[in-house]
Design a protein around this ligand. Structure first.
Ligand SMILES: [Zn+2]
Ligand SMILES: [Zn+2]
Length: 288
């Protein structure tokens, strides 16, 4: 049995092991040395954010039983995708696929901030009044489905090795829990680490209520896309301890912290600020 078959066979074990392993480590780290004080009790936050995670896992299994790995196997069997038409060394194909999938996730993240109807979904992630390991997995089910469909399309077009899809998904899951951690890394270490992976301080800027800060640091695993494409922002203006986390217009726990509110949020009210053409621009009258 080669490595691809082995990984495909134990995919669930690898995935769950990694999830609980990284989650456990981050939870202990946050408990021992939290960076910021939580504004909502941990019990309420965790019960509701993790409730969303369980709901999502259930929906994904129901709607897409084979998930990304199943799609990669399907592409392999059918000879779909670029990499099944051009000979590439196996490990080069794995690395290139993981990097490319990460780039697509970056673009997708920019898109859900830019397009008002998608921002409706993505705001559920941002409406969290605090920032901790559970924020990293808190997404509206429809955004999860949208994200799966985009990933399936890329897998069919690219035809990545099954191993690459597993590495990408496990990495994304692990880095998402790491970079949402309510933890403090030494500044020097953070500065070095930021060249390799998105750190909590880097991603926390993205959860600021200030819309220019929210529209920065879109990367999840690799930090290079923000730097290359001009969306990188070093630190929040107010500092990490004093900055306000969340969405300016959503401060009520009923919507921001409780699961039923989070599920309904995309269907409520008007989209304000944040989305690309919904900002309240200063009037330029008199200047022209
Ligand atoms: Zn975002
Ligand atoms: Zn986030």
């Amino acid at each position: 049995m080669d490595i691809s078959q082995l990984v495909a066979k134990y995919e669930i074990v690898i995935r769950l092991g990694c999830f609980f392993g990284v989650f456990g480590l981050m939870a202990i780290w946050e408990w021992l040395a939290p960076k910021r004080q939580l504004s909502v009790s941990k019990t309420i936050r965790w019960a509701n954010n993790l409730g969303m995670v369980f709901l999502n896992s259930f929906i994904v299994r129901l709607v897409f039983p084979a998930a990304g790995v199943g799609m990669a196997v399907f592409a392999e069997v059918g000879g779909w995708g670029l990499l099944h038409h051009y000979e590439a060394p196996f490990w080069a194909a794995v690395v290139a696929s993981v990097v490319l999938l990460d780039f697509v996730i970056y673009l997708q993240h920019v898109m859900v901030h830019a397009i008002p109807v998608f921002w409706r979904l993505h705001q559920v992630h941002h409406a969290d009044l605090d920032f901790d390991v559970t924020t990293g997995a808190r997404f509206h089910p429809i955004e999860i489905i949208l994200s799966m469909l985009i990933k399936f399309t890329i897998i069919l077009l690219l035809g990545p090795p099954v191993l690459a899809v597993v590495i990408f998904e496990v990495l994304l899951n692990a880095t998402s829990m790491f970079n949402h951690g309510n933890v403090a890394l030494p500044i020097g270490l953070d500065r070095v680490l930021r060249w390799l992976v998105v750190t909590p301080d880097m991603h926390r800027v993205h959860h600021s209520v200030e819309d220019d800060e929210t529209n920065s640091n879109f990367g999840f695993s690799l930090p290079w896309w923000d730097r290359l494409l001009g969306t990188y922002r070093d630190q929040p203006r107010a500092g990490h301890e004093r900055m306000t986390i969340g969405i300016r217009t959503y401060r009520d726990k009923k919507w921001c912290s409780w699961l039923p509110g989070m599920l309904v949020m995309p269907f409520r009210g008007r989209v304000e600020d944040y989305a690309i053409n919904r900002r309240k621009w200063e009037s330029t009258d008199g200047l022209r």
